[in-house]
Design a protein around this ligand. Structure first.
Ligand SMILES: *Cc1c(COP(=O)(O)O)cnc(C)c1O
Length: 373
């Protein structure tokens, strides 16, 4: 069993993806070819946002978003410590200071109630993460941001396609940033990403920054990066889009099914396990299906022995990472610490079969019983 089954997805889309790649090889416009603008238009439309700018990765999307907002040395950016390192990395790369705010223990997303107290005169932006594929509490976060005149950047690397009320992830903040890393809900066959905004000025800035701050050929108005997404990768995502709504529905059905099976077979049987929580006003695209449990390493080993791959997203919060810990109290953010010690992600992808999902849950029950003994 694969943790993420990309092979079945390719098999289902093989003729479309092969043809899309062949078209790029035939026209030969490997950089900024027509598929780039086609993908941007398609994604902007399906997200309900005015502008989409594709970039070379999710990390680059975050970096370019902060650069477009003018974040620089000494500025403070508030974010969650319980995330993939890229979220904090881009803040540090710009010489800015990540200010961590703890997560809600049930959703593992930034706790908006703690936000106000973290704002200082140096705060320049708020960077919440929509972890595991569920949008963070954006209404509450946006309300605090508006009171202080701050922009909000959603790290939506895991949540593209997720619904938040009547809006979509990437369309709920000043700028939304996603990733097309192969294992994300909408992946390409290499690195890729995109940022989304309704602000024409920020979109223009992002377009310039991704090509070395160039506003006209060899005329560099601002400092930028080499951050374009390849035409080939755009063509792959374009070819995947027609199946994406089916994949989202399938992921949601598998999420519901995981919850029902785990509740009935494991939790109701008294096994120590907590399910992920999804708020009523939004859904989750399950970039990861992540449960919480004690004895994690032993359970992972017992599952591995049964052929079930698992992963930990993430074992160490940013305020404990050597490169990002300076000036931060290692005992701070108790919910992030607790989550890091107990989270475990189960196999999840649109092409996970129900039979394999049954096997995962059965093996998890055996592993929990074996390691409790
Ligand atoms: C994957 C991920 C990123 C980085 O995306 P890449 O495309 O791998 O650069 C950033 N933030 C979060 C939360 C992620 O999961």
């Amino acid at each position: 069993m694969h943790f993420t089954d990309l092979k079945s997805q390719y098999t289902a889309l093989k003729s479309d993806i092969d043809a899309a790649i062949q078209r790029v090889l035939d026209h030969g416009q490997y950089i900024m070819g027509p598929e780039v603008a086609q993908l941007e238009a398609a994604l902007a439309a399906r997200t309900g946002v005015a502008h989409c700018v594709t970039v070379s990765s999710g990390t680059e999307a975050l970096l370019i978003a902060l650069m477009a907002l003018g974040i620089g040395p000494g500025d403070e950016v508030i974010t969650s410590p319980f995330t993939f390192v890229a979220t904090g990395e881009v803040i540090a790369l710009l010489g800015a200071v990540p200010v961590y705010v703890d997560i809600e223990p049930d959703t593992c997303n930034l706790d908006a109630r703690l936000l106000e107290a973290a704002i200082t005169p140096r705060t320049r932006a708020i960077l919440p993460v929509s972890l595991y594929g569920q949008v963070a509490d954006m209404d509450a976060i946006n309300a605090v941001a508006a009171r202080h005149g701050l922009p909000v950047v959603e790290d939506a690397a895991q949540s593209y396609g997720a619904r938040y009320g009547s809006r979509q992830s990437c369309g709920v903040s000043t700028i939304g940033c996603t990733s097309f890393f192969p294992s994300k809900p909408l992946g390409c066959y290499g690195d890729g990403g995109a940022l989304f905004t309704d602000d024409a000025g920020l979109a223009q800035a992002a377009r310039e920054i991704r090509v070395h701050g160039q506003s006209a050929r060899y005329h560099h108005t601002r400092v930028g990066v080499g951050g374009r997404m390849d035409t080939l990768q755009c063509a792959v995502v374009l070819a995947k889009l027609p199946r994406f709504d089916w994949e989202l529905a399938r992921r949601q059905a598998l999420g519901v099914r995981y919850a029902a099976l785990i509740q009935a077979q494991l939790i109701d049987a008294g096994l120590p396990l907590a399910l992920p929580v999804v708020r009523a006003d939004r859904d989750c695209v399950w970039a990861q299906y992540t449960v919480k449990l004690p004895n994690r390493e032993a359970v992972q080993a017992a599952l591995k022995a049964r052929g079930i791959p698992t992963a930990v997203h993430y074992p160490k919060p940013l305020h404990l990472q050597p490169a990002y810990a300076a000036g931060h109290d290692p005992a701070a953010h108790p919910h992030s610490l607790a989550a890091a010690a107990t989270v475990m992600s189960l196999p999840m992808s649109a092409d996970l079969s129900e039979a394999d999902q049954d096997r995962v849950v059965a093996a998890l029950g055996e592993a929990l019983r074996e390691t409790a003994a």
